[in-house]
Design a protein around this ligand. Structure first.
Ligand SMILES: *Cc1c(COP(=O)(O)O)cnc(C)c1O
Length: 366
């Protein structure tokens, strides 16, 4: 049996939605963007949103809207996708990395204190793997040290911390609609905020330095960060299936948990009860011994696994931003002991049973 790591769940609904754009002869950002934008704001629980071509540029826009740039520092978790940090570089600022907690892989706010300097402008909680960062701690820390909060919620659409949506805590927050995110538009991004001023700044930046299109007077410097209504049509169809996506992802998570519960050498990471709903972005496994051997065995049996994120402080491209390597241990531990299991809506129950049987076989042998 072959089990891919991921497959997007798209089909006839998305296909007819795209066709409708052609039938209406409207393909650039327009009425569907407006509708998708409002629905996203309602789902997240924020007042304002704007689109960006992808999640990376969404973070860039968010930082620019806060006027973060050269000479500024932003605290980023050491364990995240590279874009959280490269977007900081893109505005000319410096990312500084904090360690994570091994229990939930989220940023360890206690570790952030040592990173503070007069240049620190913002903290960037990244909600990883379908959990939420501890937003009580993040907000308290940001208040105490007068920092902006920029949430990278690329993996966290619809997840709530303590009853409040991920992406509604920060001064500004970002999402991605890449193919493997909870909902997809192929490529796509979203930036949201509750602040009228920040929203206005975002509008200028994304729309050639003006608030509305169709005028050629540009009060500010801005650029083009628009998407297309073709993508919005896909997004709207995906949103219609949102409840089904959440339900199926949770079923998959529970099935893995149940089938793997007897194996002592592994642990499926489980959210604490402040995270509800939890929407597993990946089902993540931590192994007692290093995970390399298990992943190799799964690969030999047709199962595509994915490693955890490689710690940012060890990334060749991040050498230009020196960090205290001795103090970033949990991210290294997570990388060496983690495995991302296949988990996506189109995954069949038989495939999950197969994956679990292979994992069991591995531990019976070793
Ligand atoms: C996917 C992702 C991004 C980047 O989004 P793109 O749309 O791929 O540019 C940023 N941060 C995190 C945590 C992500 O998972």
């Amino acid at each position: 049996m072959k089990v891919p790591q991921f497959m997007p769940w798209i089909g006839n609904d998305e296909y007819s939605a795209i066709k409708a754009c052609f039938d209406d002869n409207w393909i650039t950002e327009g009425p569907r963007a407006k509708e998708f934008n409002q629905k996203l704001c309602d789902l997240i629980g924020v007042k304002y949103g704007v689109f960006a071509p992808n999640g990376t540029l969404a973070i860039y826009l968010a930082l620019r809207a806060l006027n973060i740039g050269p000479g500024d520092e932003v605290i980023v978790p050491d364990f995240t996708f590279i874009a959280s940090a490269s977007a900081v570089e893109m505005v000319g600022a410096t990312p500084v990395f904090c360690d994570i907690s091994v229990d939930d892989l989220q940023m360890n706010v206690t570790d952030c204190t040592r990173l503070l300097t007069p240049k620190t402008k913002a903290i960037m909680p990244v909600h990883i793997y379908g959990f939420s960062a501890n937003m009580d701690e993040v907000i308290a820390f940001a208040k105490e040290y007068n920092l902006f909060v920029v949430e990278d919620a690329a993996q966290a659409l619809g997840i709530k911390w303590n009853g409040k949506g991920c992406g509604s805590f920060g001064d500004v927050a970002t999402f991605s609609f890449f193919a493997d995110k909870t909902i997809t538009t192929g490529e796509g991004g979203f930036v949201c905020t509750n602040s009228k001023e920040i929203h206005e700044e975002l509008l200028y930046l994304r729309n050639q330095g003006r608030i509305n299109r169709g005028t050629f007077v540009h009060p500010k410097i801005g650029y083009n960060f628009r998407m297309t209504d073709i993508q919005m049509a896909i997004g709207l169809s995906q949103l219609k299936k949102f409840d089904t996506i959440v339900q199926r992802k949770n079923e998959i998570f529970r099935l893995y948990k149940r089938l793997l519960s007897g194996i002592e050498d592994i642990k499926i990471l489980t959210p604490n009860d402040k995270i509800n709903p939890h929407i597993p972005f990946r089902v993540v496994l931590m192994t007692k011994e290093k995970s390399e051997g298990l992943m190799k065995f799964m690969g030999e049996n047709g199962i595509e696994t994915r490693t955890f994120f490689y710690p940012l402080h060890k990334q060749p491209c991040m050498e230009q931003f020196p960090q205290d390597h001795k103090l970033l241990k949990n991210s290294v531990y997570a990388y060496e002991h983690g495995v991302c299991l296949p988990s996506y809506v189109a995954l069949e129950t038989e495939q999950i049973e197969y994956v679990c049987s292979i994992i069991k076989k591995y531990y019976e042998k070793n």
